[in-house]
Design a protein around this ligand. Structure first.
Ligand code: WTA
Length: 649
């Protein structure tokens, strides 16, 4: 762990207690209430979660709340439920039947509102389509879609029949799709003829076609007509969504599924090798997303809630769709870019739909700051009552701007720490209780037992940096890495004994508040999205002209971090701007546009220790343009550093 980085701390003393007006109406309105809940959740863990689960619908009640044989957790054992049923059918018996479930806005400007009843009907139809395509319970289905209601419909349809979905973010490349499809051995892909982003069509179907050539298991592709643009159509394999839906009826009862039935696979980056298929299951995840949506977002019946994340990331799974609909609230979805056609698009959506809760990423906030206050100032943002952030630590300047310019000093901010693996928010303020401090995710939610430890798993003193681990199981925790229980154990449960290893560094202050300090492994956080340096290195090395590559994160004002790559080429290869572009494009081809290196420097050698390990710490310093303060005596050849420094990109 880069101990030095971890000890260089922010000192942020400002405190922001919840406004009295917010507190008085909040679900959890005081620290006493939070503390009582927290104590209860830790001392009577099973009763605590059983009481939450009781608020949801079960076809059969569980026999046992938790079966825990570290690192294997089973929650609500013996219980049968269905998350699609809990997101839809339960509301149909109430006045919510005709309430907006999804308010959607397309980038070109169209709006669609789906009531719970309408959404239910669409989901049932599509679930029948899946059945007609021969999809069986337990069979993974790939979704590669734009941010349109049909993405949520397809998810809920999968959940309805017990086919785990594997959603691939629409920005990933054909090679990324190929790896994910082949890992899951999927037979069916759901996609669209494209989606709108910054006025252009993202050619999703074309990318799928490229991937499918290398995916022997794929038999059927369902294509939603979204943009109307011309695509290649293979009648023996491809089906138009609007045609195949005509062939089925709307009667599709939700399948009673075991609580531990797989709900979805979502691939995420780790420090080594290929992306990991994080597996979430039905009952615990449902209970966790339902509860945390209420606690953290203070979600109420009358809220119009908007999380700007793409459903292709875990934030979209848990807090655009499942947690929000399970609460019967209204969720807003937007298809496109925040600055299309102009830099006030988000604020125009907030105003138009009267958004009350707004959840976004620090990288977006930093972009808004750059674009200027005149854009939000054009709009009436008085409907907002709560703001949230996720994805990376938020710098205090961005926090204060968000608080002042967007929240008009009226709205609490919840800085929510969590991961694809945790399934739900873990450390976060409760907006009616916690006095927040800019830059701190504050305190653990009920049921979450974090600790900050050193290399040997010993708790570190307050104020000192260390590894963030979680000690006890929680309902929405990942169950395994799809098809690889061994990797699940080694990745998460072996670095620190008897604890889940988050890969993040953190410290705790005198109020016991948590301050997240970034990754301690080789994962870079670009605009709130995780990428393993190894993935980018493998992509570079797969190019025939590249001999060796090392990739590190480099600080960036807007995106948090960007990629800096150091590359050595095969002998005889000519380096220069052409090859630089070729290699950057190659990475995009292999992984997707988010992985495009910002800097790429050619070098005749990489800084290595005598035992041959690349010293990334030094490369990070070089990429950031700072002097290396640390020890360089283990370097095999010190002159490399000087040569690398002289090579400005
Ligand atoms: C980082 C996103 C600081 C962290 C939900 C974590 C954060 C990784 C925060 C997970 C936050 C997320 N403060 N860091 N509020 N939220 N992170 O899997 O490094 O895409 O491990 O899940 O993002 O990213 P993932």
């Amino acid at each position: 762990m880069p101990q030095k980085d971890i000890d260089s701390l922010l000192s942020e003393d400002r405190r922001f207690p919840p406004p009295a007006s917010f507190r008085s109406g909040a679900r959890i309105g005081s620290m006493e209430e939070y503390e009582k809940m927290y104590r209860d959740s830790v001392e009577n863990r099973e009763e605590f979660w059983a009481a939450v689960a009781d608020k949801l619908h079960w076809f059969r009640k569980w026999d046992e709340v938790l079966r825990w044989e570290a690192p294997k957790a089973e929650w609500f054992v013996g219980g049968k439920t269905n998350l699609s049923y809990n997101c839809l059918d339960v509301h149909l018996k109430t006045w919510r039947r005709n309430k907006a479930a999804i308010i959607w806005e397309g980038e070109p400007g169209e709006t669609r509102i789906l009531t719970y009843q309408a959404l239910h009907r669409e989901v049932c139809h599509f679930a029948n389509v899946l059945k007609r395509l021969g999809v069986k319970q337990g069979e993974p289905v790939i979704l590669y879609m734009p941010m349109v209601p049909e993405l949520a419909i397809a998810m809920l349809a999968c959940a309805r029949i017990g086919a785990p979905h594997s959603i691939i973010f629409g920005g990933f490349s054909a090679a990324s799709i190929r790896d994910r499809v082949n890992d899951a051995k999927a037979r069916v892909v759901i996609t669209a003829d494209g989606g709108w982003r910054r006025g252009e069509v993202v050619p999703l179907k074309e990318t799928v076609d490229k991937a499918v050539d290398e995916c022997p298991t794929i038999e059927q592709v369902v294509v939603l007509r979204r943009t109307g643009r011309e695509i290649a159509f293979h009648p023996e394999r491809d089906h138009w969504w609007h045609e195949i839906i005509e062939a089925v009826d709307a009667d599709c009862p939700a399948e009673p599924l075991d609580a531990e039935h797989p709900l979805y696979i979502l691939y995420t980056s780790g420090s080594t090798g290929k992306p990991k298929g994080v597996l979430h299951t039905t009952g615990g995840y449902m209970v966790g997303t339902y509860a945390t949506s209420r606690w953290v977002f203070d979600l109420k019946e009358e809220d119009t809630y908007w999380c700007t994340a793409d459903i292709g990331w875990v934030t979209g799974h848990s807090y655009v769709v499942y947690g929000i609909l399970a609460n019967g609230a209204t969720t807003v979805m937007y298809e496109g870019a925040p600055n299309w056609p102009e830099a006030d698009r988000f604020w125009s959506i907030v105003e138009k739909h009267g958004v009350t809760i707004f959840y976004t990423a620090p990288t977006a906030i930093r972009a808004f700051i750059k674009w200027g206050e005149q854009w939000p100032d054009r709009h009436d943002l008085s409907s907002l009552r709560l703001l949230g952030t996720v994805g990376e630590p938020i710098n205090p300047e961005a926090w204060i701007w968000y608080h002042t310019v967007i929240g008009k000093k009226r709205c609490p901010i919840v800085d929510t720490w969590w991961q694809t693996e945790t399934g739900t928010i873990m450390i976060s303020p409760l907006p009616g209780a916690t006095s927040t401090r800019p830059g701190s995710a504050t305190l653990p939610l009920p049921g979450v037992v974090p600790e900050i430890v050193d290399h040997d798993g010993r708790p570190v003193e307050k104020g000192k940096g260390g590894f963030l681990v979680i000690r006890e199981p929680w309902p929405a925790m990942l169950r395994t890495i799809y098809g690889d229980d061994e990797r699940y154990k080694t990745q998460y449960w072996s670095t620190v004994k008897d604890a889940y290893f988050t890969g993040d560094g953190a410290r705790r202050d005198d109020d016991d508040f948590y301050w997240l300090m970034g990754r301690v492994d080789d994962v870079i956080n670009i605009a709130g999205h995780r990428l393993g340096t190894m993935e980018v290195e493998s992509a570079l090395v797969s190019h025939p002209k590249v001999a060796e590559a090392a990739v590190v994160g480099k600080p960036d004002e807007i995106r948090g971090e960007v990629i800096a790559a150091f590359v050595t080429v095969e002998s005889g290869v000519e380096t220069g701007a052409d090859l630089e572009k070729e290699l950057k494009d190659h990475v995009v081809e292999e992984i997707g546009a988010i992985a495009r290196p910002s800097d790429l420097r050619f070098t005749d050698a990489l800084p290595k220790t005598r035992s041959g390990k690349i010293m990334r710490r030094l490369l990070r310093d070089i990429a950031a343009g700072r002097e290396s303060a640390g020890d360089t005596t283990t370097l095999e050849d010190e002159s490399i550093l000087k040569r690398l420094r002289e090579k400005k990109p």
